[in-house]
Design a binder for this molecule. Structure first.
Ligand SMILES: *Cc1c(COP(=O)(O)O)cnc(C)c1O
Length: 434
């Protein structure tokens, strides 16, 4: 569920007309709903009610300072994958002591930053990394709290580029080798064994792979609790969201109308299946969802530049591009595209919705059925709150988009559109070329 809906002909985020946002701040602009983020967060927390749950929001999904602060205010810790993300949480006033530092290639500087700021734990991906963390902790004279990321070899049935829990992925330590790796870790005197971590992939739409993974890893967790006194089990993130019927899925009625067998994964179903598997362990549970919390809480607003009618195909050229939202080009992902001013009396249009970047891959949708819209009209790409802005680039020397956070009938610019001067600020022409 989410707070994007039509009020008469106008698409709104909460009580704000998206046309008003575009008038003030231009396009392309990401717009996020604070109420949607809060509801998603609370539903997730409620889903495992009765367990000691800490949500560590995966900041890489959307790391705008306002979003981080909003999550922190809701009680989130963070799942962080770089020194930059650690610094973002500090800048946003978030709690690092409830946060974890993960990633397959942490540098010594990043490990030091995490330890100096007292992160709850470092999530370790390999034995060489154990040695490195032990070394840095020794130099700082502290004990580094760690969990090993174990790879349960479960098929998450998701896109190949976002599956992480198979044995041929680069992530984690194979389950069979995990007990041995913990023995190695236990001998390193600057480490404290604090937990076990896993994360099997992203955009999962059924609970079965989560359940299979928890069941596979639970015996190891129980052993480590008995023998090494670990205190938590992080079951990762990965809960999927609705992309196809994104707008309609904002309303409870849409969910009620889905046959049970086809209903996309909900936090309630997730909790119902996983609670009985996790409760017997009696441990703290960390959840590291990113996409579920922010994905359907954001849209990308864009303006139509041209409707180019071809012999066999129509192209709707918009002012957003793959540099702003790379998911369609990178994952062949689907984003619903809706007009900001709807008018059902308009003719239907089938078109490819494309950006202006010089790449054939710069295409948001192929042969998409839309209401006919023309130059200057606004569109919203739905479900763009996760892995949207955070994956943006400046390809084609296009400035990074603006971001706006809506809260009820109020809205505020939470990132200014980048200027050309900011884009070239670090560059120079060397003397030998002048
Ligand atoms: C990316 C990632 C997450 C978040 O994944 P979502 O699909 O956005 O929920 C959680 N944990 C780890 C280790 C990750 O790499």
């Amino acid at each position: 569920m989410h707070h994007f809906h039509y009020s008469g002909p106008s698409l709104q985020c909460e009580a704000v007309d998206l046309a008003a946002v575009a008038r003030l701040y231009g396009t392309p602009t990401y717009v996020y709903s604070a109420a949607t983020i809060a509801e998603n967060f609370h539903r997730l927390q409620q889903s495992l009610a009765g367990l000691d749950v800490q949500i560590c929001y995966a900041a890489k999904a959307n790391s705008n300072l306002a979003v981080l602060r909003h999550c922190a205010n809701l009680g989130a810790g963070f799942d962080l994958v770089s020194g930059g993300e650690i610094r973002r949480v500090i800048a946003a006033g978030g709690d690092l002591q409830a946060s974890v530092f993960a990633g397959v290639g942490k540098t010594e500087d990043e490990i030091r930053l995490a330890l100096e700021n007292g992160v709850f734990a470092l999530h370790v991906e390999s034995e060489p990394e154990l040695a490195r963390i032990n070394h840095v902790a020794g130099k700082l004279g502290v004990k580094a709290p760690i969990a090993l990321r174990v790879n349960p070899d479960v098929d998450a049935h998701t896109h190949a580029k976002i599956t992480t829990g198979r044995s041929d992925n680069k992530f984690g330590i194979p389950l069979k080798q995990a007990a041995g790796a913990y023995e190695v870790a236990a001998k390193l005197k600057n480490l404290t064994l604090r937990g076990v971590q896993m994360h099997i992939g992203s955009q999962l739409t059924t609970v079965a792979p989560f359940a299979e993974a928890v069941q596979k890893v639970a015996p190891l967790v129980a052993d480590l609790q008995a023998n090494h006194g670990i205190t938590y089990f992080s079951i990762g993130g990965g809960m999927g969201i609705v992309y196809k019927d994104a707008l309609a899925s904002g309303a409870q009625a849409w969910w009620d109308a889905q046959p049970a067998a086809q209903r996309p994964l909900t936090p309630e179903a997730y909790g119902e299946t996983l609670t009985p598997l996790l409760a017997p362990l009696g441990l703290k549970v960390l959840l590291e969802h990113g996409r579920f919390i922010v994905g359907n809480a954001g849209v990308l607003l864009t303006r139509v530049e041209h409707l180019k009618r071809g012999a066999n195909k129509n192209f709707l050229v918009v002012d957003a591009a793959m540099n702003d939202l790379v998911r369609p080009a990178m994952y062949e992902s689907y984003h619903e595209i809706v007009p900001v001013q709807r008018d059902s009396s308009r003719r239907a249009l089938v078109a490819d919705v494309v950006g202006p970047v010089c790449e054939s891959g710069d295409c948001f949708a192929k042969d998409r059925q839309l209401q006919e819209v023309g130059e200057g009209e606004l569109l919203a790409l739905m479900s763009a709150g996760a892995y949207g802005f955070t994956m943006a680039s400046r390809y084609n020397t296009r400035a990074l988009a603006a971001e706006v956070l809506v809260n009820g009938s109020a809205f505020e610019l939470v990132r200014q559109r980048e200027t050309f001067a900011q884009m070239i600020a670090g560059e120079k022409v060397p003397a030998f070329l002048q």
